[in-house]
Write a protein that binds this ligand. Structure first.
Ligand code: ATP
Ligand code: MG
Length: 142
């Protein structure tokens, strides 16, 4: 699927559309440049799963866990930002694998390409391409 976004609001809506396709145990690897909209897309997904406060970029904490309103078998979102990761192994050291294998958790990893060595094979990649200051091409699946 390819989505065209012309604004932050579009990307939030696209996040909601993608959220409707997800179930517990899914792992999303978000790939795109600085400022592409990975966190905005994550916020769109998490809004639609009832996370009101809005996710923040976990850049300084590496990983944040949020409780959802328990739709689609997703009870928690595990939001990871791999930007500052020195080596993929560091994610295993903080126990990320327990979330990856939990059927009640949706895992979303920004800069997922930096963690690809340790991500389960079933992880789904979403790429966000910046084509102008406010235009984005968002690719999910085939
Ligand atoms: N079409 C668009 N979709 C999403 N964000 C957009 C769009 N056009 C402009 N923006 C702006 O781009 C920025 C995207 O920020 P965001 O934090 O989501 O990026 P990111 O990919 O998570 O960056 P980082 O790699 O630093 O984590 C915001 O300031 C947003 O307002
Ligand atoms: Mg971000």
């Amino acid at each position: 699927m390819i989505f065209k976004s012309k604004s932050e609001e579009d990307t939030l809506k696209i996040g909601k559309e993608i959220a409707a396709l997800l179930i517990g145990g899914d792992i999303l690897s978000l790939v795109g440049n600085l400022g592409a909209g990975k966190t905005v897309l994550t916020r769109g997904i998490s809004d639609s799963l009832g996370i009101k406060k809005g996710v923040k970029s976990p850049t300084f904490t590496l990983m944040n866990i949020y409780s959802t309103n328990n739709k689609q078998g997703i009870k928690f979102i595990c939001h990871i930002d791999a930007y500052r990761l020195n080596k993929a192994q560091d994610l295993l050291n903080i126990g990320a694998q327990d979330y990856f294998s939990d059927p009640e958790v949706l895992t979303i990893i920004e800069w997922g390409d930096k963690a690809k060595d340790i991500l389960p094979r079933r992880a789904k990649t979403i790429t966000i391409e910046t084509t102008s200051e406010s235009d984005r091409k968002i690719k999910f699946g085939k």
